[in-house]
Design a protein around this ligand. Sequence first.
Ligand code: BGC
Length: 503
Amino acid sequence: MLYSIYRKSEKLILVKMRWYTFLLISILTTRSISAEIYPKFPKDFIFGVSTSAYQIEGAWNVSGKSENIWDHVTHNYPSVIEDRSNADVACDAYHNIDNDVRLIRELGVDSYRFSISWSRILPDGFSNNLNPDGVRYYNELIDKLLANNIQPFITLFHGDLPNCLQLLGGFTNIKVADYFVSYARLMFDTFGDRVKYWTTFNEPKNFCARAVWGNSEQLTVAENISPYLCVYTVLIAHAKAYEVYKNEFAHQNGKLGIVLDLLWAEPKTNSTKDIEAANRIIEFEFGIYANPIFSKEGDFPTIVKDRVANMSKAQGFEESRLPALTKDEINLIRSSADFLAINHYSTRLISDDSDNINISISSQANDVAVISSVDPSWPTSEMEWLFYVPWGFHKNLMYIKNKYDNPSVYITENGFCEKASNDQGRIKYLQGYLQVLSDAISEGCNILGYFQWSLMDNFEWFAGYTKKFGLYEVNFTDPKRPRKPRASVKWYKDFLLNAKSNV
Ligand code: BGC
């Protein structure tokens, strides 16, 4: 009996201890998790997920859609794609509106960023032939998003130029700016009664680097000039589209911006040369678009103008390979945005390479003359250029605040590349990057929204389907393209439930 009483009280103590220990552990862990995982955000901050038309829609030639440059390249030159694939079907988002809107709603986001396929809406590239099925498709998507309380956030151009316009020289042809403006006007007119967030171009740096791509055995044609002609066309097209929006559609009360990407450039050493080199690559890749639109004085950054002019002269060109903006153009482009949208993924170390310039090569890379590297201690992803460096994101945000007088900013892409379903790398990345985003807001940066890239795995351009950026995993061998949540879906949901209640 004694023995059993003893055993009983021992058991009780044990049970009590377990209960207290459990309580203690849960208090400790909840505290540390919530402090670590759920940084604070303002109440009206917009959270979302991001995709783009060519990467997810599929239905490449359905109901009147014409060929775009990526259809053309993947069909005719499959060897340039890592797994020789194409996005003919991709995630088949075209046939999955209901399901995808449900996934987006279940995440608990406020907004969905997607792009419109120009060649689905205007198969000839020009505004005289509007494809009714294209209008039907985006109307259906927009209406279903709104019915679920999700704001559409639309990009007009995410890399997929109608191939017929590429045959006219694509963005190296300044007339394409006018065709873009006609397309933009039509989109404001058709969808603008319901869409309040517009961006013109996604990452011009990237598509301008291969402005001659689409038609395409000649991947290197006019490589020395075409990126700069493309920069010029993009800026004029963007500014004219902004003008159209403000003059003709102001009553729609929407906002329009442009999406620029910036891998943070950190000087490799403290030497003046490396510091200047890091600044130089930021100006060539980012300032070349941001300065004309967001600086007080407008125009291209002086360092870019001077450097290309000097190099061009030394190379025997009659004028700079970078077109000069006229006074009227500078005025047209300056302040032509309600916000700056930023895609940010990672950071690199920059050192100066000016001593090795080969003057006989006239290329943008030679104009910039830097060497890019990474720190071997940075955690890697499955994408060769993507490393986990949250402090670089912080520097990037502070740079924009200080350089461009604290503009309104939306982060339209940020995300990690990892295959595994329990994607701990992606979760860690989101934790780290959202924390510094929250810090930057507390330090006065005027950041209004954040979109994770991407809702689901998709066609990752030259990497085909080999690289996975999705919160949802997509089975690309199943004709139905089922989506399966990775662990980060739960993480992002929990984060969203808590993020705004913390203020
Ligand atoms: C692009 C996306 C792309 C992502 C990951 C961004 O530069 O806008 O289309 O999938 O990076 O590579």
